[in-house]
Design a binder for this molecule. Structure first.
Ligand SMILES: Nc1nc2c(c(=O)[nH]1)N[C@H]1C(S)=C(S)[C@@H](COP(=O)(O)OP(=O)(O)OC[C@H]3O[C@@H](n4cnc5c(=O)[nH]c(N)nc54)[C@H](O)[C@@H]3O)O[C@H]1N2
Ligand SMILES: Nc1nc2c(c(=O)[nH]1)N[C@H]1C(S)=C(S)[C@@H](COP(=O)(O)OP(=O)(O)OC[C@H]3O[C@@H](n4cnc5c(=O)[nH]c(N)nc54)[C@H](O)[C@@H]3O)O[C@H]1N2
Ligand code: SF4
Ligand SMILES: [Mo]
Length: 747
């Protein structure tokens, strides 16, 4: 515990001050908490002394205390009996899980077991470090995750181009002259696969020093409002746009691969492909003038340094892989990859993902087709869009048991209504979560994670996307009380689902740790002497000490260890990342594979779409600073105020549909129908409507008292599970064809 001051306000009241890092997003903001008697959070404030965040926070971080004290947050395991839930001991919960799992195994075999991992599984101190142990032992026949409703196309293109699915280039906004953002809105999201203490502040500074910002987005977001230029692209057209940019670069002799030239495979093929995509050919499909496309190409080529960045709008769309690929290809063609001021890779203090790689460089991209739809697995997982049908379609290999971890796919994955019904058909569903929500209400057993304040923190999933090398360790703020450490819970779940319920979890941990040691060339027996204790902290210490700035177990005495960070509660900032050159590339050829057949095979699908422009009204999603996907709507201060769940529509479309501000409108797609109230704005291109994601808290079985009073509507009722980006299997959540129907006032 970091106690910066203690004072007695009452003979029995001790107030302590604690510092920690908010784990909710990639902003990694330092906060200061005042805690009474070790258990009640009195206040949360920004921490101006945190070396990374320097006092930056957002409204969500200030609610960490409210989250901890949320009366709906689970603190004991829950077992469902029909409609009723019972609090049980951990042992009772595990026994019940063992019985359910054994029954499914006996009836259907290991092929009936599925797994879905979500966003919050990556945020816990233990859960982020023990996911691989769980998966290794559980041997799920089918694995799904929120990656396939998020960045899987980016993982796929990074695996193909560079040999590592997590080697995703990050825009060097602090040193660039031109920042091009496609499908990202850091003003709301705070940056994604791009950790920066203050992206919007950096954008302001960039413009103040004479640089330019271009935002390519169907919506004039708050980010676009602060840019030099907004290019209102049609959803799904980014790949075509960037191919046309490449066309112009080649046609005008502006390709300059510079320091990358020796590292490239497939440049000629890219030239031949780009020839087919003139600005004139793609202009209608993109909804942009050919001259604007040419100007974009020239701006990127002419900028001394340009950072091209594509985020979720370029991934969760029909051509997510081609768009993600072309973002990097444009960086390469203009010599801006792996260069200060361009798009670069991080050098991490604790390179955890390199030590427990989720997917090896030499593993095949595709795995055998999934049972019902027949699409392949990609990088070891199947599309979230396929989960419902794998559960509700009878036959050999049908999923009968599901483990979910920190996810809420009933709100966040496509085809929500079908998925919710499918979950009820399972013979066994176990969830590791903190709420009885829209997804976990279907479970048989819910195991609660410790609150975010009841665990230490060092972000596994944010530092990889920071071009500032550094770290900050947060100790536990509030003691977790009488419950098993979460790594033990994960190890035990892995053992139970893998058919080995009596496994000794200490042994599983030692084996897991030994595996990590071997990867970094440490003899496990020597390592056990250095780290006799078990759990996540020794993994973190190992990552730091063997990492690029580490003390190498003493041979680099000035280097860092976890203790260095415990001694420096402000955190330690080392400096800016450097270019990595050939060391960064781990493809089998050692070259950047620009023109891989797995990607190129999708070009005919794009060309067919370009030549057959569809004029349907298209739905896109948005985020709000006060939400975090689907799960922070139970915090009163974050949901107060006017309804955020409005359908944004351009004035021309509103007029065409006879809609006025505040009208109720039914929005219908091929997969469902929802109603929302109308918000008219010209900050959106005509032909596009926009709803926020993460709402729809009206399931009677969920137990979220506050969220239920502000239910909103679930946008993913409208996202058809059928629509995927073919090369990656990623869900299409943007660019969904919809039609509108005004609901008469007296309805
Ligand atoms: N239409 C549309 N859909 C989208 C998106 C979109 O832009 N538009 N975005 C997509 C994206 S990018 C993502 S990442 C997904 C997110 O998809 P999910 O990962 O499914 O959703 P979250 O809302 O982040 O769910 C977090 C879950 O973790 C639980 N939780 C909170 N804290 C903890 C904890 O400490 N431990 C554990 N074990 N659980 C905890 C919450 O109760 C909740 O159930 O949604 C996707 N869905
Ligand atoms: N406050 C808050 N912060 C969050 C989250 C949250 O829910 N709330 N979620 C977190 C998560 S899990 C993630 S992955 C990140 C996501 O972070 P961002 O990628 O910044 O996500 P969004 O703010 O949804 O911005 C996506 C933009 O893409 C645009 N778009 C839609 N379709 C297209 C298209 O076809 N082409 C182009 N060019 N643009 C398109 C949308 O209009 C939208 O403005 O945010 C993280 N941070
Ligand atoms: S949620 Fe807000 S406070 Fe927390 S890290 Fe992100 S930006 Fe910072
Ligand atoms: Mo995400």
């Amino acid at each position: 515990m970091t106690v910066s001051s203690a004072r007695a306000t009452h003979p029995h009241t001790v107030t302590t001050r604690h510092r920690r890092v908010c784990p909710l997003c990639e902003g990694m903001c330092g906060v200061e908490l005042t805690v009474e008697n070790n258990h009640r959070v009195l206040s949360v404030h920004p921490d101006p002394d945190n070396a990374w965040s320097q006092g930056h926070v957002c409204p969500k971080g200030i609610q960490l205390g409210a989250l901890h004290h949320d009366p709906d947050r689970l603190t004991w395991p829950m077992i469902r009996d029909g409609e009723k839930w019972h609090e049980v001991t951990w042992e009772e919960a595990f026994e019940h899980i063992e019985t359910l799992v054994a029954r499914v195994r006996e009836k259907h075999g290991q092929q009936a077991f599925g797994f879905y991992g979500g966003n919050m599984s990556g945020k816990g101190f233990d859960s982020s470090r023990y996911m691989m142990l769980l998966l290794q032992h559980a041997k799920f026949a089918q694995r799904f995750s929120s990656s396939s409703v998020d960045q899987l196309p980016k993982n796929l293109t990074s695996h193909i181009l560079y040999g590592n699915m997590w080697k995703i280039p990050i825009p060097d906004v602090d040193n660039t002259d031109l920042f091009v953002i496609l499908g990202g809105n850091p003003a709301a999201s705070k940056g994604s696969i791009f950790s920066h203490r203050d992206v919007m502040g950096a954008i302001k500074k960039l413009r103040a020093r004479g640089g330019k910002v271009i935002v390519i987005d169907p919506v004039r977001t708050k980010t676009a409002q602060q840019a030099d230029q907004w290019l209102p692209i049609k959803p799904g057209a980014d790949a075509a746009l960037l191919l046309a940019v490449a066309h112009v670069l080649f046609a005008e002799g502006r390709v300059n691969t510079g320091h990358l030239t020796e590292l490239l495979n497939g440049l000629d093929e890219i030239r031949r492909i780009a020839e087919r995509f003139s600005p004139e050919r793609v202009a209608d499909f993109c909804g942009l003038a050919a001259e604007d496309i040419r100007a974009l190409a020239r701006a990127i080529a002419d900028a001394p340094r340009a950072a091209v960045y594509g985020r979720i709008g370029t991934c969760t769309q029909p051509f997510g892989t081609l768009a993600s690929w072309m973002v990097d290809i444009i960086s390469i063609l203009t010599g801006n990859l792996d260069r200060i001021g361009g798009a670069m890779w991080s050098t991490q203090v604790a390179p955890h993902l390199d030590l427990t790689p989720p997917y090896p460089s030499d593993a095949p991209i595709v795995s055998p087709p999934i049972r019902v739809r027949g699409v392949p697995g990609i990088l070891g997982q199947y599309p979230a869009s396929c989960l419902a049908e794998e559960i509700d379609t009878p036959g050999e290999g049908q999923i009968r048991a599901l483990l979910t971890l920190g996810c809420n796919p009933v709100l966040t994955a496509p085809g929500s209504e079908r998925l919710a019904k499918a979950l009820d058909q399972l013979e066994c569903m176990v969830s590791l979560d903190i709420y009885i929500n829209e997804t976990t209400c279907h479970a048989d057993v819910i195991l609660p994670s410790p609150s975010l304040l009841e665990q230490p923190h060092w972000d596994v999933w944010a530092w990889p996307w920071s071009l500032t090398s550094g770290g900050h360790y947060s100790p536990t703020t509030i003691p977790a009380g009488d419950r098993p450490e979460e790594w033990r819970v994960m190890a035990r779940l892995g053992a139970i689902f893998g058919g080995n319920p009596d496994a000794d979890v200490n042994k599983l941990d030692d084996e897991f740790f030994a595996g990590i040691c071997r990867r970094v060339g440490l003899e496990p027996d020597d390592a056990f002497k250095i780290w006799p204790q078990r759990g996540a902290e020794r993994i973190l210490d190992l990552c730091i000490r063997t990492g690029p700035f580490g003390d190498k177990m003493g041979s680099n005495p000035d280097g860092l260890s976890l203790q260095s960070f415990k001694d420096n509660p402000d955190g330690i900032i080392i400096g800016h990342a450097e270019p990595q050159g050939a060391d960064a590339i781990t493809t089998p050829s050692g070259k950047i594979e620009m023109a891989h057949p797995h990607i190129l095979a999708d070009l005919p699908r794009l060309e067919a779409a370009i030549d057959d422009t569809d004029n349907s009204l298209l739905l896109v999603s948005r985020r709000h600073l006060g939400s975090m996907n689907s799960w922070m709507h139970n915090v009163d201060k974050l949901v107060r105020g006017k309804d955020r769940c409005t359908l944004q529509i351009h004035p021309d479309d509103a007029e065409r549909h006879g809609l006025a501000v505040g009208d109720r409108v039914a929005v219908e797609s091929e997969s469902g129908r929802i109603t929302a109230s109308v918000e008219i704005t010209d900050d959106i291109r005509p032909g596009i409507v926009c709803l926020p994601h993460g709402w729809g808290h009206n399931q009677p079985q969920s137990q979220l008292q506050v969220a239920r009073r502000h239910p909103g509507v679930n946008i993913n009722i409208l996202s058809p599970g059928r629509m995927i980006d073919e090369p990656s299997g990623n869900a299409v959540l943007n660019g969904i064809p919809v039609h509108l129907e005004k609901i008469p006032e007296n309805d």
